[in-house]
Structures are given as C-alpha cells and as structure tokens.
Design a protein around this ligand. Structure first.
Ligand SMILES: *[C@@H]1O[C@H](CO)[C@@H](O)[C@H](O)[C@H]1NC(C)=O
Ligand SMILES: *[C@@H]1O[C@H](CO)[C@@H](O)[C@H](O)[C@H]1NC(C)=O
Length: 529
C-alpha cells in the first residue's frame, strides 16, 4: 500500500514538472485582472469545458498553463492532479476563497476583548480558532496559523521560561544553561519508526549489541516509535528491558495524511493513548516510561494533538521538522511560540501554549559535496534523503551532519530511520555501525534516548561532570535473558478488521480479540449504554 502511494505521488509530481515547461498563454487580455490578489502558487481554471486537465497559474510573465497527464484531472481544492474519478470539482473555476477576519486595523473596530469577523461582526477573541465557527461568515476559523491565531502562545520570554520545566530561546538555537559549546556533550538520538518484528529485530540487536558504550560506561540507547499492527510485543518488552525508549507512533498508522492533519481530539486520543495502553499491557511496561509521540507521516495534528498529549501526560512530541538552517535548533517546550517556521507538517503546527516538549527534527544536509554542490533542501528522515544511494554517500552524510552540529551549538543530532531502509543495503548498516564506533572512540559523544536529552536539558551538565550524571546511569549495563523465551503467538481477529487474522506475540496472556482502535485491550467492544 505504501509503495503504491509513493509511486502515485511521483507520477503526479512528474506530471506537474513536465507540464510546467509549457509556454505562457499569450495575449490573454484579462490576465492582470485574474491575477489580482491571487497567491502566486494557486492553480485555477480558465474554463470548465473540456476534460478538466488544464489549469493556469500567475507568474511575472503572465499566465502559465499546466496539463495533467491523461487519465488524470486537476483537483482545485487539493491543488494537484488526481485520478479522474476522485475529482469532484471540475465544474469550479477556482478554489473557494476563504473569508478572513479583520485583525489588523489602525483603530480598534470592536470593543475590548472582541475582534472583527470578515463581515465586521464583533466576536469574543477567545472564540477565534477554537475549532468551530462563531462568526456568521465563519471567518474566525480562517486565520489560525502559528503566526495568525489571535490566541497564539506569546513569543519566548526567558524571564518567565525557566528550567527544568520550560526552555525556549528567540531563534531556538541557544544552548540550555548558557554553557560554552566546547563543554556540551554531542548527543545523538537514533530513532526508528514502525512495527517491531521479525523483519527488524536482528537489525536492532546488531546496532545496539550491548557492547558499545558511551563515555560514561553505559550502553548506547535508541528510541523506538512503535506502530501497533504486526508488532511483536515480546520484542518490545525486551527493547524496554535493555533500556531503550519505547514511544508511540499510533495505533492504526492509517494511510491517509489528512486523517492526521485534521484529526479530532478523540482521534488523537484513541490513536496515541490506545497505542500506549496496548504497549503497556502486551509489552508488560508498567513504569510509566512511554511518554513520547510521533505523528504518522509527521502529520502533526495542530493544537488538538497537543491538548490530548498534555491531558494524557505525554511529555514530548517528535514530529515537527525545522528546515535546514545555518545553526540547528535545540528541543524546546511549547509554553511559548515555536521559534521557527512550521515547515512541512502540512503547516498544522500548534499555535497555542502547551506544556509539552518538542523534540524538533532538524533537517539533515544531504549535499554530497557541501563545499561545492548547489543548494538542496534538507531531509528529516534519513530515508527521505533520496539522493543517498551508496554506503559512501551515507557515510559522508553522517559525518558532515555530525560536524554541522558539533562545530556550532551542539544541538542533539537526530538520526531517524525506517528499519527497512537500513536493511535495504548491507553497506548502510555497516556504515552506521562504523560511524557509531568512530564516535564512541571520542570522549564527547553520547548515543541517548529522547528522554535522556530532556533530562540533560533540564539539568545541563558539562562534559567533565557527565560521568556522574545520575539520570544517565539508569539501566546502565543490562545483561541477561528476555523475560520469556517462548512468547505466546496469539492468532486473533477483530470485528474492526474483517477477514484478517493477525498474530500477536506477547509474554503476557492472549486477549480475546486483536486489539484495535475501538477495543485497544482486546477484551471485546465495550457495551454501549
Ligand atoms: C518475537 O520477539 C521475541 C523476542 O525478541 C523473539 O524471541 C521471537 O522469536 C519473536 N517472534 C517472532 C515470530 O518474530
Ligand atoms: C511483568 O512485569 C512485572 C513487574 O515488572 C513482573 O513481575 C512480571 O514477571 C512480568 N511478567 C512477564 C510475563 O513478563
């Protein structure tokens, strides 16, 4: 399924790329009128006749036409080519314009505590961007980005935002505790997304073989963002026993990015708290250590996701990406406004104040020869750096990005993977292990979990005092065998996934049903009252 979507995306992108080369539409008398007040990146139709493949866009040299590949039609709402059967707006010339509220006026137009809707109606400020329309023209929900929301979190105020609970800086690059970069350990967080099972357990055992230790003598650690389906919970239990961090990557991992971007509070609750419940129960994790969330496809769910997280005592999110900049960004808390642009993530970053840490994903610099190559946008997951094809290129990527962090502000370096990418070529795995060993031969690099990063930031400790840093000593050197050598292999079904029998491996007792979103414990649907 994932591959199919991937190819479809490529196909569509290529379609647009090819089509863009076509000549400007000449001599259209109304081009100027058509383009007045229209965003430069918006495609619209000149006519609703024909096969729905042609659209235009405004450029400095006039209108540019593009044509979708045959068989496809242009979807005006989604602004992309799609299968003809899926496009239902061929009769519309342009995307409906959203009516905006009137937030910036020289003189206040509404009484104190109220703001003006697009139609001049005055409505309580708190009602803007609360997820339901309150203006008659619904304009109160149309300007709600991180920079627009009238109830957005304030800019970072370092007199108010004090460790250990709050950390922010104006541009996000400041080192906690104002330490000198030379005294800061270079933390590296290796993380994996997806189900833990027979396809990847060997890889994890290879990378974290228990013999590679950080300069404080404790084993290197990683963070696992685990999705539920096909996960082997006795393997999760063992990763947790060995001191790795287990976090949630959702219950269904539904293959529909909009579901996540537009998810309701209850969707996020069922997905993330449900996934944690399953992991705690079938991975026998009872120490309350599952505190992190990553959004599938990194489709952050705006304020709703973060409200759910704070209600459910999730401590951090690790889904927001920061575009490649000169200096990388340190993780921050979201009490104050995020210190960088909402890049990607479908622009649905949280605008309000939330008591949650953001373990921001700094994009990696993927240029093969950074001193020479033209600029290329960065990539957040290592496997999204699509130009990395060989082990040698991967080795250079690791070292170049390490140096970028190490030689600037030593913000933690995140290396985020899907196991299948690392397994796709033997040389990728070998190069990663070579890199880890090279780093460990220094005395200033630590491979730690997300939680360990937060612990360090809450109590910034210089390199020469780190050997005795107690928070990093827990489960320092884990030996011994898994809790159970022969997990139960429960063959289960659920009414929620008709026709599928799934195997759930666990050291615990088998449930009655395969746990799924309405029934995360697998006990059966709760009786409706
Ligand atoms: C599940 O994980 C456990 C613990 O790592 C392992 O012993 C077992 O073989 C795994 N089972 C399958 C089918 O992958
Ligand atoms: C589950 O965890 C508890 C507490 O850590 C432990 O006593 C028990 O033996 C574990 N059970 C299994 C089956 O792993």
């Amino acid at each position: 399924m994932a591959t199919k979507t991937f190819w479809l995306c490529c196909f569509l992108l290529l379609g647009i790329a090819f089509a863009q080369d076509e000549d400007a539409v000449e001599g259209d008398p109304s081009a100027e009128e058509l383009c007045e007040n229209r965003p430069a990146d918006e495609y619209f139709r000149l006519s609703t006749e024909g096969d729905c493949r042609d659209v235009v866009r405004c450029t400095k040299s006039g209108l540019k036409q593009i044509t979708c590949p045959s068989g496809l039609a242009f979807d005006i709402d989604k602004q992309t080519c799609d299968w003809k059967g899926k496009v239902s707006n061929c009769d519309k010339l342009e995307k409906p314009r959203k009516i905006l509220p009137i937030l910036k006026t020289d003189e206040p137009v509404c009484p104190e505590g109220k703001l003006s809707c697009g139609n001049g109606e005055c409505v309580d400020k708190e009602l803007f961007c609360n997820g339901k329309p309150d203006c008659k023209d619904e304009s109160d929900e149309n300007a709600c980005s991180v920079d627009e929301d009238p109830n957005r979190a304030p800019d970072c105020d370092t007199t108010q935002c004090i460790l250990p609970d709050c950390f922010c800086s104006a541009d996000g690059t400041r080192i906690p505790g104002n330490l000198e970069p030379g005294n800061v350990p270079q933390m590296i967080t290796i993380s994996f997304n997806g189900a833990v099972n027979v396809d990847n357990i060997d890889l994890y055992e290879d990378i974290f073989n228990g013999l590679r230790v950080n300069p404080n003598g404790c084993q290197t650690r990683g963070t696992f963002f685990v999705s539920h389906k096909y996960t082997n919970y006795s393997a999760v239990q063992d990763l947790h026993r060995k001191g790795h961090e287990i976090s949630v990557f959702s219950l269904t991992h539904k293959d529909d990015p909009q579901y996540w971007t537009q998810g309701s509070y209850d969707d996020w609750l069922a997905e993330m708290a449900g996934a944690r419940l399953i992991m705690e129960r079938f991975g026998n994790i009872s120490d309350g250590s599952i505190i992190g969330v990553r959004a599938p496809y990194l489709r952050v769910g705006g304020n709703k996701q973060f409200e759910m997280m704070s209600d459910q005592f999730f401590v951090y999110d690790a889904s927001i990406t920061a575009s490649l900049g000169r200096v990388p960004i340190w993780p921050y808390t979201l009490y104050f406004r995020m210190p960088h642009k909402c890049n990607g993530n479908a622009h649905n970053c949280p605008s309000r104040s939330h008591p949650v840490w953001e373990m921001v994903m700094n994009e990696l610099d993927r240029r093969d020869d950074p001193t020479f190559d033209e600029s290329l946008p960065g990539c957040h997951m290592v496997d999204s750096c699509s130009n990395i094809q060989t082990g040698e290129q991967f080795a250079r990527l690791l070292r170049h990005n390490f140096n970028r962090h190490f030689n600037s502000n030593r913000a933690p370096l995140g290396l985020h993977f899907h196991a299948s990418w690392l397994k796709s070529k033997k040389e990728f795995r070998e190069e990663l292990i070579k890199f880890i060993e090279e780093m460990l031969s220094r005395n200033d690099v630590y491979f730690v979990t997300m939680l360990q990063v937060i612990q360090w930031m809450q109590n910034p400790t210089e390199l020469n005092g780190l050997r005795d840093f107690q928070d990093w000593k827990e489960k320092c050197d884990v030996k011994g065998q898994p809790y159970c050598s022969l997990p139960n292999a429960c063959a289960l079904t659920t009414r929620e996934l008709p026709g599928e029998t799934l195997r759930l491996f666990t050291c615990m007792e088998c449930p009655n049903n395969y746990p799924w979103i309405l029934d995360p414990t697998g006990d059966g649907f709760s009786v409706r009252k």
